[in-house]
Design a protein around this ligand. Structure first.
Ligand code: GGG
Length: 354
């Protein structure tokens, strides 16, 4: 029997509530299939910061290294500045484990209403690939003359040929396996005359290697508009760290809810563990009320199983989740229902192998 060692970091706020449901789904799979999960939970995050001054221990990354995958909840706390929480936990993992692909599907599932008029299930079906280790999220910059009228901040973005090429190539390789075989590059090279110019140049050169894939390039502002105006145009979308982050919030909301947006932070070389998390944050406004939608966290479990090579189990978790959505078996308030987080988790568990 295969045993997978999974590091579990619920993090902050609703991270605890939604990760608990994802773990229930994995435990249900154990009962039914010849697979075992060894979970090791790490109580890192904002509470750890408030008691120790660190979001995770100094040897935290070393401790995560041996795991097959990391299952993550959310990060963010109303009493701590966001740059401290994000840079103290999530971003160090993405960088240290070279998770250079952030894969975020945006699909309008059956049973879910889009806020956009006239969109039916399947009309929106795209995969956004966000560069995840450099770009605008590079932790490079500094302050000078702090707390004075001359206060100055410098924030640098990093675009390397190596970094752009590998994530753009990943996007093209994915497009090869899809029906529509189209890749859209997101840029802002009209205003960002260095990094984005390199991004465009690399995109064009990688595209030449894939004659069967059609392409286009859109400015981030136009892409934001087009995600709302004609989302059915998009198939595979590849963008920088910041642009990918912005676009995937739009992608989540046009497909019904942030509570359905799953993601995989992948190290495709498999040298380091990959990390799976719902796109949403810690949602302090609803944390502790038991109404957070666990489906993004559960669909992230499906992405984790796929990465681990358990494609059949992955498909089953996805099928069960989509059945709950389609039949409106149990929906949380963000989807117009009245069910609790736990009731939605139970509905998915009951669906498995039915
Ligand atoms: N579950 C993901 C999470 O907690 N995200 C919080 C956040 O602020 N993320 C920003 C990012 O992914 O760049």
């Amino acid at each position: 029997m295969t045993t997978y060692n999974i590091a579990v970091i619920p993090g902050d706020g609703i991270g605890h509530e939604v990760v608990a449901q994802g773990l229930r789904v994995l435990q249900e799979l154990e009962k039914k299939k010849k697979v075992k999960f060894q979970f090791t939970e790490f109580s890192w995050g904002s509470e750890h910061y408030l008691s120790t001054g660190r979001m995770m221990p100094s040897d935290g990354l070393d401790r995560l290294l041996p795991f097959d995958a990391i299952y993550f909840g959310a990060v963010g706390h109303p009493d701590i500045q966001d740059h401290i929480t994000l840079n103290g936990l999530l971003l160090p993992m993405r960088r240290a484990f070279d998770q250079y692909v952030c894969l975020r599907p945006s699909v309008l599932y059956g049973g879910v209403a889009s806020p956009l008029a006239g969109k039916s299930p399947g009309d929106i079906d795209m995969l956004v690939i966000r560069e995840n280790t450099e770009g605008e999220y590079a932790n490079i910059g500094g302050f000078q003359y702090q707390n004075s009228p001359q206060e100055t901040a410098v924030q640098s973005s990093i675009f390397t040929r190596y970094g752009c090429e590998r994530v753009i190539r990943y996007a093209f390789d994915l497009a090869v396996s899809r029906k529509r075989k189209h890749v859209t590059s997101i840029t802002k090279s009209n205003a960002q005359g260095y990094g984005m110019v390199l991004w465009d140049k690399v995109f064009l050169s990688v595209a030449e290697e894939y004659p069967g894939i059609t392409t286009d390039s859109q400015l981030i502002d136009a892409a934001c508009m087009n995600f709302v105006r004609k989302p059915e145009f998009f198939d595979v979308v590849v963008g920088s760290n910041l642009f990918g982050d912005i676009l995937t919030d739009i992608g989540a909301i046009i497909t019904g809810s942030m509570g359905l947006a799953a993601s995989a932070n992948l190290n495709p070389t498999r040298k380091y563990p990959s990390l799976f998390e719902p796109v949403h944050g810690s949602a302090p406004d609803i944390a502790g009320r038991g109404i957070a939608n666990p489906l993004a966290a559960i669909l992230s479990v499906a992405m984790m199983l796929d990465h681990l090579g358990e494609e059949e189990l992955s498909r089953e978790v996805e099928r069960g989740t989509l059945a709950v959505l389609n039949d409106h078996t149990a929906l949380t308030p963000d989807l117009g229902g009245t069910a609790s987080t736990e009731e939605v988790g139970s509905a998915v568990v009951e669906q498995l192998f039915h």
